[in-house]
Design a protein around this ligand. Sequence first.
Ligand code: DC
Length: 216
Amino acid sequence: MLRVAIDGPGGTGKSTIAKAVAERFGIEYIDTGAMYRSIALKSVREGVSADDVAAVEEMLRSTDIDFKDGKVWLDGEDVGGLIRTNEISMAASNISKLPCVRANVDELSKRLASTKDVVMEGRDIGTAVIPDAEVKIFMTADPDVRAKRRYDQLIEQGKEADLEKIAKEIRERDYQDSHRELNPLKQADDAVFLDSTNMTIEENIDAVADIINNAM
Ligand code: DC
């Protein structure tokens, strides 16, 4: 089996890299952050606060999250176009602290990784979701560089962007994701550390592919 676990903070370009690497190796790409984002989207839509655990548990009882064809489905709806906003980034980080939410996403992620070769990315894939993954990578980049990449991306899309605000949100989310009680963002002891601060996307894809080839 080939299960590649890629973890790291937000805004490193993990998704782009993981998707390209999965394509190169002809295996499936699974984005666990998208699952947390979908649950966050539903909570925002329904006005359910992450502080109200009972309400979140109740919401989850009637929530169906699925991942197929490289996309996340929320109650049968393709929400890919709705979950990449700053509001949902922070809401996902908030709601992902709750044990009931983590259990929900964990169960689906573990099931998806149990039957086929995958590149799975998130915060706790190498430490908790697939602790026996054949390849583990912890990918990071300087927070200011991550903020600038996100800023450039928004400007390129013709959207408004405030570099300082983005940098502040990135730092807040880094702190929150790495300081929560349950399965925080943390490098697994046996993960390869990869700093992409000075890498282009192509170089980053090649670096990940080299790590996988060396491990095989
Ligand atoms: O990778 P991302 O930025 O799409 O993830 C959004 C949020 O979801 C992130 O801030 C924390 C949470 N998350 C998590 O707790 N565990 C994962 N494996 C993936 C994401």
